[in-house]
Design a protein around this ligand. Sequence first.
Ligand SMILES: [Fe+2]
Length: 231
Amino acid sequence: MTLEHSQYFRTPKPRPIQPPKLHHATFMTMDVDAMVAWYELAVGLQPVYYAAHAAWLTNDEANHRIALLRIPGTHPPIDKPHSAGLHHTAFEYPTFDQWLDNYVRLRDADVRPVVCLDHGMTMSMYYADPDGNGVEIQIDVFGDGGLSKEWMWASQEFAEDQVGPQFDPESLVVARAAGLSPEEIHRRAYAGEYPPAQLRTVMTFDDPWPSRIASDPSLLDGVGYPATEEA
Ligand SMILES: [Fe+2]
């Protein structure tokens, strides 16, 4: 067969998709300072550029991972927990002990998770930033994205329950101090053996805006435009 008669000559193969990697998320905010301080404390993000109107933050090799924009005209969200849009961003530790140490560090700084869930493939602590955006801090219990992905795709457990049981992070600290392995702690958490004293019944984050507006009603005016701020 000559080249001209080849299927591949007449119908070129489709170009394989070379997917780009997820790089950063950008939030609109009314208080750049509060957000920068919180993300630095919670997950070690540091400003690469920081001004009153915007900041770009990173905690790894990327030039930024989270950006914050204080855009003129921005106003408080209405019913933030039930507004369509972002639910949470997520950060991952490579080891169980680093992850648990971060919980203790934040607890001692009085920053506590809203809810903690053993999803089966990750153990996840969910925090809320000052604007009410969720921030998940997790470990992959498989320690391997491929195995983790396979479990989500193929397991009966995930097909039946995509959330998993809540756990009390203090119980994990006690269990680890008592010498239980991360694998054993995950097994027990996923079996629901470390329930929190108070189960959270909703998968939304609390709305910080009503109390913020109560203490500073001028927030309702929104972020001013440069021309009106000068006037
Ligand atoms: Fe998540």
